[in-house]
Design a protein. Sequence first.
Lengths: 437, 344, 345
Amino acid sequence: MRIVFFTPVGAGSAIARVSVLVHRALVEQGVFVDVVGTDADVNGPRAMGFENALHWTDEPEVTAALEAAGDVVHQLGNSYFFHRGTIEWLPRTGGVICLHDFFLGSLFWEWSANGHEVEADRVLAEWYGSSLGDFYSLAASGSLISGTWPTVTFVEWLVCQADGVITHSDNHLTPLLEGTAAPVDVVAMPYDFDVRREPRGRDRAGRMQVLTFGAINRNKCAAEVIQAIGGDAELRNAVEYRLAGSIEDSERSLLSALADSNGVRLTILGPVSSVELANELDEADVVACLRNPSIEAASASAIEAMLTGKAVIVADTGFYSSLPRDSVLHARPEDLVGDVRRALHRVHDEPGLASELGERARGYALATFRADQYAARVVAMCELASRNRPFLSAVRATTERLGAWGMSVNSELLAPSRTVLDFFAIPARPAPPPVDG
Amino acid sequence: MKIALVSSISPFVYGGGRNIVEWLVPHLEEAGHQVEVIYLPFIDKREALFPQLTAYRTIDLTDQVDAVICFRPPSHLVRHPRKILWFIHHLRAFYDLWDTEYRGFPDDAAHRALRDAVRNVDNVALSEAARVFTNSAVVSRRLLQYNQVASEVLYPPVAEPERFHSAGSNGTVVCVARLEHHKRQHLLIEAMAHTSTEVRLRIVGTGSRDYVQSLAERVSELGVGDRVAVEDRWISEDEKVEVLSTCLASAYLPFDEDSYGYPSIEAALSRKATLTTSDAGGVLELVQDGRNGLIAEPTPVALAAALDRLASDQARTASMGEAAYDRLAELGIDWATVVNRILA
Amino acid sequence: MKVMVANNMEPFVRGGAELLADNLVLHLREAGHEAELLRIPLSYRDWRTIPAQMVAARNFELANVDRLIALKFPAYLLRHEQKVVWLLHQYRQAYDLFDAGASDVPATPLGAEFRSIVATADSEALSEARAVFTNSSVTSQRLSRYNGLSSTVLPPPLNDPERFRGGDPAGYIFAGGRVNEMKRQSLLIQALAKTPSSVRLIIAGPPDSASTARELEALAVRLGVQDRVRLDLRFLTRDEVAELVNHATACAYIPVDEDSMGYVAMEAAQARKPIISCSDSGGILELARHAQTGWVCEPSASSLADAMTEATQRAPLSRKRGVAAYELWTSLDLSWEHTIQRLLA
């Protein structure tokens, strides 16, 4: 089997780090993989392992790789900066999409604003009966996610081009299943642990380091953590809250001011290198990995934190709800501040709790988020997608033809065509048994 | 009953694929049924395959007729609760020709996907059928091997079989068939260079210009023009009946054909033995060596020996011809059998 | 040329379009071409299944065909580089029949979506054609009004003009063609009741239903004209029809808003018989011109009665108008030879 693997390769992308592991596992299973970086920026620093990957702008090389390969896989998340190459190539390649986020509104917005307004307008009309004007107003108002999710997900316009979809939790499958006739598989997101990195014991008596990492935006709930710490005198004294990752100036000012007014010790690091991030994780006692709402299929950050053997606090929603209660601390979305405060207080008060939680979390993550199992499921989905391709081309051709005649994508009039086309769908073979080891 | 006969056709190409449909009509009508023939266009072109398959699948004859009989693929995709298949061949590139030079496209992932999709589609369509018949044991074997479907062989008769008769023998072996390389009239000509009796050979039919020319050249090169006639022309039904009625025997040796071919039946109806080869395929379901015909190795020398045998013992040849006629009854190759079985 | 004629079909349904298609193929062969008829099973029973069938029509492949002549929706959606449409029927339920409130398609948003799909597909498919002909000016007008497309009227010729030689009138008015409400044979019977006893009427043709036949018979009895009207309600052979036309005094054909010129009117004109028709009969009026080639009446019993009386009682007038009908008809030069030339140009 030979796969062309479209993925972010930049050092700042969590998905890139996931892809490095998936790539390694595929190669170990005997698959020949050509990696194509989908980052908008061709020159940025690359994740370790992808230094020699192609870039999506290398048209002749990518074309040659596609001609030689039988299968294509796209890693897709909610960022134009990281996934531009996938949008550019997907119409030509089709293939299997590994969907990391159930909401692709930001991706859609940035794509639209980068010279694709006409197509974006058409997508909005076809899928949501809306228009670009309405969308831009909503986006500009700052309430893009709250104004659309979970009703409107912006997933359909891309997955309808896929021959197969892998996603990492079953929490928001409905729009996905409605957006594509391709087979959909739910597989635990892969992660591996760097064996050199053993968890170190914490001995900073009385002091606690809380870390949040990734692109620091509203969705990461840093403000709620600050308020949680600020509302408890002991926590105010004991906790240093550190933020590692890119941050907009407005968000930086907002959080700094909030920390000041709450008497919270806050350090905003800005973007960090992989090495710096590794050190931050090492030094942290607790990782606050909150998302509200939870739009990802699974969280690379949470898994990374769990694999480092840290106490992790998550919002009790979406993917995070599936993490075991005895290994990870959950905060209810309706009282994030309160629950985070209580969780941090517990960790502060009970000396061995952090390492106990961390140990259990690490064990769970090692058993669940395995790259070798993920790679096997990717291979199986590629096979299923390949067998379904004639059927899916027929589906696409029919919906395009009817669409060209003016039929809306959700029209009842599509039903007789669906009946005809369903006859041609290939039944899925059972998933392969888990890989040993 | 109201019955629709559905088959795929190539525009303006007539012959076997249509004969089996059209010859059935009067016999069904005679049995009291109303018959409608539905021909749908089809071209065996890879890129256009799935769209055509979906077009066929769109056709739903439920509640419009009582039964549907489907012949050439992909007519077996149409929808009806009582679907009877007289399955005459697969889309062979995706089946028995896949591992041969005749596949016609590369063995890569995309084409394997297409192959698997076609087989999947056939499997489902076959399972929908109320009955599955084929026109030969060869096709039945393939259905079993590739689609795991059991089928009944229902041999197709010719139109108005009572036209054919025997009127003695003029010592000439005839081959009335399309003049094409895989029908191998050239082998017969080669054989005539090795015969030792007075046996004569008469080849009649239309065909590709190149092949016909090569036949004429071979006759000339071998100097057998005094005993071999090659007539590149269309022959009327009446004339064919006459030619067969007076011949010594018929020769029909196509390379590995699925079914026995109309020339074999026409000869048998005319009470004439058929000379064929061991690699002719479906013809061997009809012809049994020494009983109702001769089966030779596909070489000029072996064929020459067989030709000589036919000529030197004419009484034996004539009685083999009678046995050929009886063989048809043995195999139930008649319209009454077809009508009975197909709607059973 | 290898010419494929494409029509829809429903098993065991045979009407005027099927007869036309057969004759087109026949005459194409007579003109020396290879011709084949493609009859695709396309069902209008449930309008919601039509879009899927439209896609199917688009997906069929026609190899080894030099020219495609398509006659109806959705057969004219078939793809071919050399496609000529001889439009007998669009899907009227999406157009004028919908406007008249006589359509299966509902006045709902879904129905509107459907009608828009049909209109878009029609425009696309018909614009692809080398040429678009129609069977009548009515069809052309509808195509223009609803799809903004222009077309050339090419009326179907008579299939067997040689049968309609004409002959001495035997004193009856002949009303041929299909028998149903739209053709209004009942109105002719009502008109007959207002004519003097010398006027006689023969109605001969296949009734759409047994009840239609019974109603007409009952009507004749009720009006007391059963001795002056002969009802021969069945499929007649062409020879039988020709016999009746050739010895008629005049031919009456009064359908409501007919699409085309009407075979009944064409046969009459070919046989030099004047035509009695109504002002609302649609395409018939191309041949039936009042006081010229026959009589065009108000669609009322009394108006028709006047015409039937005059036609019966004034034989020279009838003959003159019959000759004029013939001349008008032949001036149209509607022969199969000419038609095929136009279609294959």
